[in-house]
Design a protein. Sequence first.
Length: 252
Amino acid sequence: MPSVSELAGKSVFITGGARRLGQAIVLGMADAGARVAFTYLNSVDQAKQALAEIERRGAQGLAISCDIREEDSVIKAVRAAHAAFGGMDLLVNNAGLYTTTPLEEITVEQWDNIFATNVRGPFLVSKHSIAALRHASGRIINLGSLGGEKPWATHAHYCSSKAALHMLTRVMAKALAPEIPVNCVAPGMIDITADPGAGERNAKFFDRMAAKTPMRRNGVAEDVVSAVMYFATASRFITGQILTVDGGLGLE
């Protein structure tokens, strides 16, 4: 049976790996013995902290400044990751943007920016990683969202972008088969109230969401990392799948 030990010595490229879920995935890969290159945009301090944590775990790491919305920046980042580790076995398209705005207040700039980050970004990073992934018989994992499956009234731009990413996952799975399996992890309500600045209001919101969830709790980072690790090591016959990690919230 596949296990995370299969990731030892593999070269992993993760976008948006400096903080929150991205950092949890980065450290999970480092714990599995992988060599981890990750991108960051504005989170310089968090990127340094993540890199230090990778090295503390005895793994190799590389932090790369990259704006996934810009093709030139993506090309440079992919080349840097490839050059550092001599290849790419796994791409995790984690970087994303989440905002809450009433439908009638969404500006064109907000709409375009969230699509540039959540859809164009994964497309560009995947496109420029294909050659390396084919050479290594690698894999791609996208980070979607329960919002890509459910219509959230104050998240029209976000939900639409994640729905597009889910469809992109399926299209890529067909287009890149049989060499590269492509799958998507779609988190539901992941509890971030422990993050600095989360505040009491967020804590109350997450309490309400936990009460609505069949499993009677919100997700935590480890739940998402577990799903990513599954796709990273599962049978290569599994492709084009959207795995919701939501404790059953999507059933409501």
